[in-house]
Unconditional design. Structure first.
Length: 401
């Protein structure tokens, strides 16, 4: 009996073109390669898990599930649980930016806030200005939205206002994205005068500012610098992003954005399309934690430990890095940025360094434009001072080959 051949099958339609232009996160790729327990990993951006207030957070979840299980396990409003938004508004106001609950949208981590803003503000081909270098996942978000991403020159104080004004006139961008406090990846902080100048450029030229502040509470030296969003020139055009990831726990996936009403409403619609709302039980547990715990005291304890770890890394860098290297002393946050002599390519060197059971993130992926291949990022918060000293010893061996 003759069996008829199966009919030919048509090929599937291709993936969206934008998926072919945006790669995965090099940081997460490095973490996968260096997951062996013997590796001292300076590559991640992970808070120290032993410092999580595990008992306090667990108690908050227990109380919510015991006292209000139906509410905790039910759908919630897209904007976020009212009790949490009220507490976030109170904390924001206390830090110098008058805020009410209705100014805020709770998001599934501040990373989602970036995605919602891209959906609300950007059409394919629109231009976005970013710092040089820039937070890597922001570059992914803007690239996936089909935006043209243009780097603005920076110095030790952050974005150069004159270069920003020239870029706005030349490129006609929709927005500037900045992490002005303990920036990722450089750790630098924009001083108050520079923030005022950036706000003034935005007011004169018509520009949205996205001010991302995931690290601002982790200050070890110096005085707090007011948000750009608090500047008179920027209040009607700045979106402020916040997060519990670095001060409470990243697994809660709780962030928020504060934005002018029209843009906030557009982000609400985008969030409805994305995930309806951030998990109710997580929001209620965080609200309970803020009510019954002392987040500020917890952050102060964490900052004390992180300060020691930063100092341990600073103490060992001169011996670990090649002669002629340079770096800045971050006043807070999680990262230290180093530049090796011009002849070094930190991407090419990483494979050799990992053989010594230590890892860092090469600087090149953080650049929207031409990368400086001699740069690298080191995270100092996840290891103890003793582990940092050993990791730097291994790093020096790796660089010396």
């Amino acid at each position: 009996m003759t069996v008829a051949p199966p009919p030919p099958t048509a090929s599937l339609p291709p993936l969206a073109a934008r998926t072919g232009t945006i790669g995965g996160s090099p940081v997460r790729d490095i973490l996968a390669v260096t997951a062996r327990p013997e590796v001292i990993n300076f590559a991640g951006g992970l808070p120290a898990p032993e410092l999580f207030d595990q008992e306090g957070i667990a108690a908050a979840f227990r109380e919510v599930l015991e006292q209000a299980p139906a509410q905790a396990l039910q759908y919630s409003t897209t904007e976020g649980e009212p009790t949490l938004r009220e507490q976030l508004a109170t904390r924001t106001t206390a830090r110098g930016l008058p805020t009410v609950a209705d100014d805020l949208l709770v998001t599934t981590g501040s990373q989602q806030a970036l995605s919602l803003l891209a959906a609300a503000l950007l059409d394919p081909g629109d231009t976005v200005l970013v710092e040089d270098p820039c937070y890597l996942a922001a570059l992914q978000v803007f690239g996936l939205a089909g935006a043209r991403v243009i780097a603005v020159p920076t110095d030790a104080d952050g974005v150069d206002p004159e270069a920003l004004a020239a870029a706005v006139e030349r490129e006609r961008p929709k927005l500037l994205y900045t992490v002005p406090t303990f920036q990722n990846p450089t750790g630098r902080t924009m001083p108050v005068e520079r923030r005022a100048a950036v706000a003034s450029v935005a007011a004169r030229h018509g520009l949205w500012i996205i001010e991302d502040d995931p690290y601002g509470e982790l200050r070890y030296d110096g005085e707090r610098v007011p948000w750009i969003a608090a500047h008179a020139d920027a209040r009607d055009r700045t979106v402020l992003l916040g997060s519990f990831s670095k001060v409470m726990a990243p697994g809660l996936r709780l962030g928020w954005l504060r934005a002018p009403a029209e843009l906030r409403r557009a982000c609400v619609v985008a969030k409805q399309a994305a995930d309806l709302h951030t998990p109710t039980v997580n929001q209620l547990a965080a609200a309970r934690y803020l009510t019954e715990g002392d987040l500020d005291a917890h952050v102060a304890r964490v900052a004390g430990v992180y300060r020691e770890r930063r100092d341990a890394m600073l103490a060992g860098l001169a011996e670990a890095l090649p002669a002629g290297s340079s770096w800045q002393r971050p006043e807070g946050g999680m990262f230290l940025w180093a530049r090796l002599p011009e002849s070094y390519d930190t991407t090419a060197l990483l494979t050799e360094v990992v053989r010594h059971d230590v890892a860092y993130v090469p600087g090149a992926p953080f650049y929207a434009g031409e990368p400086d291949r001699s740069t690298l990022r080191l995270c100092f918060v996840t290891q103890t001072p003793e582990e940092i000293a050993e990791g730097l010893r291994r790093l020096g061996e790796g660089f010396r080959g």
